[in-house]
Ligand binder design. Structure first.
Ligand code: ZN
Length: 396
């Protein structure tokens, strides 16, 4: 291994220690935690301060030992751009290194056409880049729809948009903007933001299930995301006699419990029962409207959410039986906004599982705001910030 590689790995270890593992650590605490020498720790932290990634707080004396200087993330210098496509809109954010949103922007597309969606993305990225304050991490984080390979940055397919062919979205962005792009599925991005900024510090093995027009999720084992396209939580078969899914199978979770399945059920009921969901005009019907009516206690809206709670509870129980997570987080646009839906799922899962399983699993609601997937996409890119900053400095 080259010295430069070793220094990069040690720098990443120390940065991670300050960002995640320890709370405002001093150099001595970092050296003890990482096993690096005091001297190496001191040299690397100095370098990270100079780059603008961390900063010193005021020196404090605790106990009788030498006073220590706490180190924290510096949020004043570097900014990151992230975006995600959901509900027919590209949502863009500029965040600081703690994922706090400094600016947002959105471009509605209202089309499933690949070119229209990609053109709007490039337009938005250029707009955000021209408005980014201070220093911008020279890359973009992208939360894309569909089945995304985060290594190649290809969207293999996006069933809810009817895309069946490979879209090399990373290559297109890099060619049009001249900057690297880090692409992840939009609901997985929301999961990244949830695990990083939500209140899940006590859980080790987690499943994040994002429910929107599609369903996708992310499995965390020992707090590390299982980043592969080889599992697709939205396409677990729930009912072998169920409805056709865009993927070609029948009875997938996505076909039975996505926002589209919810709206289709509501429309069927409206046709069958005059007066059903009378508070909503047919043309205004969407998952958010149903979710907010259910929160107000509307019986019909609650009937609709119960309809998708059944397949979701089967999916969560199956995951519990297969991999025993400490926590399952129900997120995505629908999960984040519907307390009622999460309650329904929780009750059903508890009925499916054994008592001792129920004692060891919690089912929680996603906490991310509307911009969660875009924040998560930026956060996914920020995992590589050190290399990106060093590479761009070397290139100058
Ligand atoms: Zn499917």
């Amino acid at each position: 291994m080259q010295n430069d590689d070793l220094e990069l790995i040690n720098s990443q270890t120390i940065l991670r220690c300050i960002e995640h593992d320890l709370d405002k650590p001093t150099r001595a605490q970092i050296a003890k935690y990482t096993g690096l020498s005091r001297n190496a720790t001191s040299v690397i932290t100095q370098k990270l301060i100079k780059i603008g990634l961390i900063k010193e707080l005021e020196t404090t004396r605790t106990g009788r030992g030498r006073p220590g200087t706490p180190l924290v993330v510096d949020t004043s210098v570097w900014k990151a751009i992230g975006t995600a496509f959901y509900s027919g809109t590209w949502n863009f954010v500029i965040v600081n290194l703690l994922g706090e949103v400094l600016m947002n922007h959105f471009i509605p597309v209202n089309s499933r056409d690949r070119k229209a969606i990609v053109d709007s993305l490039i337009e938005g990225l250029n707009f955000m880049r021209s408005h980014c304050p201070r220093k911008m991490i020279p890359a973009f984080g992208i939360g894309a729809p569909g089945l995304v390979d985060h290594k190649t940055g290809h969207i293999f397919r996006a069933d809810d948009l009817g895309w069946k062919d490979v879209l090399p979205i990373k290559d297109i962005i890099e060619e049009k903007t001249g900057l690297p792009a880090f692409v992840i599925n939009r609901y997985q991005a929301n999961g990244v933001a949830e695990i990083r900024y939500g209140n899940h510090k006590n859980s080790h093995n987690m499943v994040y299930l994002g429910i929107g027009t599609g369903i996708s999720g992310l499995i965390y084992l020992d707090r590390e995301p299982l980043m592969t396209t080889k599992y697709r939580l939205g396409h677990m078969v729930i009912d072998p006699h169920g409805p056709m899914c865009g993927c070609g199978q029948v009875g997938c979770l996505q076909a039975m419990a996505s926002e589209l399945a919810l709206v289709e059920f509501a429309l069927r009921q409206m046709k069958l029962k005059p007066g059903f969901l009378r508070k909503i005009r047919k043309e205004d019907l969407n998952g958010q409207v149903i979710a907010s009516l259910a929160e107000e206690g509307d019986i019909d809206a609650r009937t609709c959410l119960n309809y998708i709670a059944d397949p979701l509870a089967i999916a969560v129980s199956t995951l519990a039986n297969a991999i025993a997570p400490d926590e399952v987080i129900i997120g995505g646009p629908l999960g984040d906004s519907s307390n009622y839906l999460v309650d329904c799922i929780r009750k059903r899962v508890h009925a499916h599982l054994l008592d001792w399983q129920n004692e060891q699993i919690s089912i929680s609601q996603g906490t991310q705001s509307y911009f969660g997937p875009a924040i998560g996409a930026a956060t996914f890119m920020l995992e590589q910030k050190l290399e990106l900053i060093l590479n761009s400095a070397n290139a100058q």
